[in-house]
Design a protein around this ligand. Sequence first.
Ligand code: SAM
Length: 250
Amino acid sequence: MSNQLLREALTLDRYPRSNTYDPQWIVDNLMGPHPLWSAESLMQAMTLRPGMRVLDLGCGTALTSIFFAREYDVEVWATDLWVDPTENWQRIQEAGAADRVHPIQSDAHKLPFAHGFFDAIVSVGAFNYFGTGADYLAYCTQFLRPGGTVGVVVPGIRTQPDLAPPPYLATRWGPDLCTWLPPDWWRQLWERTNLVTVETADFVPNGWSDWLLWLKTCAQVGRGYAPDEQMLEADQGNLLGLTRLVAHLD
Ligand SMILES: C[S@@+](CC[C@H](N)C(=O)[O-])C[C@H]1O[C@@H](n2cnc3c(N)ncnc32)[C@H](O)[C@@H]1O
């Protein structure tokens, strides 16, 4: 598929900022659902102001960190466990964001930052890997200033099935799917801490269909993931999508 066809396949009116990025660059560095679409959908529910200090938690290949820095003129600490920070630094420099994006390798449970340092924490496609424990929000918001914002987009399920999951979910079931949780599950987890006011806990509009489009397009250039594509196709948007959360530290 040519770059032009890839661009056409991955251009959506609802993501005008994402549309300006090289689709090949995004596909080459993918680690899950389209990271810039998720980041842009998060920003439809959350505000970053120029000059803010932002922690991008579980940034993977740092595409979202570069996106936040370039699009919203913020300074970003691109923090991830598995991806080599030297590789991220290379990507950050090539993207012309070296003055505003700082690559850090760290476990999300052992963050090397000063308490109260950040204006915002964002996390795209990653918070479910480390943030489902009852104590995690209290831990990570120590690094936020009072009134700071935390915003998350993660794979999710609309409601937990009462009975056994449908066969197309059962086939793909595993520890990772157990962390795909409904917006209200996260809302309750966060509200119980009494630390934050939850402003948004919903499903990203068109999350399921955009995710499937992304997987199908990636498959055409040899970067697909058939188990998730088949599962999303079978689901038809009944249960699966992207959970979005935005809260302010009280
Ligand atoms: C599916 S990838 C998503 C990466 C990127 N945000 C994106 O949307 O493409 C999940 C990321 O979570 C990170 N991660 C998982 N457990 C972590 C932990 N304990 N601390 C920090 N990052 C973690 C991994 O390093 C990985 O890059």
